[in-house]
Design a protein around this ligand. Structure first.
Ligand SMILES: Nc1nc2c(ncn2[C@@H]2O[C@H](COP(=O)(O)OP(=O)(O)OP(=O)(O)O)[C@@H](O)[C@H]2O)c(=O)[nH]1
Ligand SMILES: C[S@@+](CC[C@H](N)C(=O)[O-])C[C@H]1O[C@@H](n2cnc3c(N)ncnc32)[C@H](O)[C@@H]1O
Ligand code: SF4
Ligand code: SF4
Length: 316
């Protein structure tokens, strides 16, 4: 195919697959409860065989390095183990997942055996009341058990924490302490204007600098050089721990973006800020796939500018 690189050298070597747009949580920064009632019908969601076929065809063209399984909540996808095994058999070794962790403890061994390598778990609070305030569900204990279970069997585990001013910013230091004690990397995320928060993040926005101020009131910290393609910048503390911040607003990381997204109906998107789906489900020719990928590359931006689609739909 023609070289798939944009004028500033960006291409796709990471594919983020949103397996479904259903979820067992209703995090206030991600969805309104109403949205959870209008998800894609099960019959329209790509089956594991369809996904393996489509991912295989994309891999043939892109030589994908990494697949990240996400959603909605990927642990609700019925064929997750079979899918993971199928992706591994395509020759893609680096298979990762982003999950809310609620169902993780009981599924993690089978997933590791199928080829899963690393897991990012969302955890926004360590107190039951703040956990409920953010997720609108109970289940803190199960999430923590999932994190520990994944770590105990040797998977690489990271924690994602979205910080909202006045909602869970008081959780920064307890979560950091939890992560340090368990030797798990934690990343704090700036709130993004997606879905129902599109154009309306100001009142809850808690900046990268505010996060750093909170942490450096307790720890001496040193910024690390950001790795190409990473979403996060990392800091280490003088006691040898590290944490990251994903600062979509304060420190955009579009210049070396290498991510392509695939949603649960077979549409691709070249950018998290793009609301225009490029349908590939019915595309069978190589030429058609290539045209779709070129269109997706053209969607990339120089900074995240928000989206009317929620993370639940496009895949966080
Ligand atoms: N703007 C933008 N933000 C992204 C993108 N991918 C991930 N993010 C942000 O990074 C957060 C965490 O994403 P994860 O699913 O944990 O994946 P990741 O950080 O890319 O993963 P690793 O670095 O492989 O651990 C998301 O919730 C977003 O805030 C992207 O393509 N564009
Ligand atoms: C959409 S979720 C999908 C995977 C899984 N359900 C989970 O929560 O990890 C992926 C990531 O998107 C993040 N996210 C969702 N909405 C966000 C927003 N408005 N701003 C920043 N991050 C957001 C979540 O915190 C999570 O880490
Ligand atoms: S952030 Fe993840 S767990 Fe929370 S509602 Fe969105 S998809 Fe569900
Ligand atoms: S906003 Fe678009 S271009 Fe920027 S990092 Fe995200 S997906 Fe890549």
């Amino acid at each position: 195919m023609r070289t798939l690189t944009d004028p500033i050298g960006r291409s796709f070597n990471v594919l983020r697959v949103s397996l479904l747009d259903r979820c067992n949580f209703a995090c206030t920064y991600c969805v309104c409860e109403d949205e959870l009632n209008t998800t894609t019908p099960k019959s329209a969601v790509l089956s594991s065989d369809e996904l393996i076929d489509l991912i295989g065809r994309l891999h043939h063209l892109l030589h994908l390095q990494t697949i990240r399984l996400t959603g909605g909540e990927p642990l609700l996808y019925p064929d997750l183990t079979k899918l993971t095994k199928g992706i591994r058999q395509l020759g893609i070794q680096d298979i990762r997942m982003t999950t809310n962790g609620f169902l993780l403890a009981k599924k993690v061994v089978a997933l590791q055996q199928a080829g899963l390598r690393s897991i990012n778990v969302s955890l926004d609070a360590l107190s039951e009341s703040s956990f409920y305030k953010v997720t609108k569900r109970t289940g803190l204990q199960q999430v923590v058990e999932g994190i520990i279970a994944a770590q105990e069997i040797g998977l690489e585990v990271k924690i994602n924490t979205v910080i909202m001013a006045g909602e869970n910013d008081q959780e920064i230091l307890p979560l950091l302490d939890f992560a340090f004690r368990h030797r798990i990397k934690i990343r704090f995320l700036e709130l993004m204007g997606m879905g129902h928060l599109f154009g309306d993040t100001d009142s809850k926005f808690f900046s990268r600098q505010a996060i750093l101020d909170r942490i450096s009131s307790v720890y001496e910290i040193h910024e690390q050089v950001k790795k190409c393609g990473d979403t996060a910048t990392y800091w280490c503390t003088s006691c040898g721990h590290s944490f990251g911040i994903i600062a979509n607003e304060s420190q955009p990381f579009c210049a070396d973006c290498n991510r392509l997204r695939l949603d649960c109906q077979g549409n691709i998107y070249g950018c998290l800020s793009s609301n225009t789906p490029i349908p590939l489900r019915e595309v069978n020719s190589q030429q058609g796939l290539e045209a779709g990928l070129h269109a997706a590359l053209g969607q990339k931006q120089m900074r995240f500018s928000g989206s009317e689609m929620s993370m639940l739909t496009i895949g966080g």
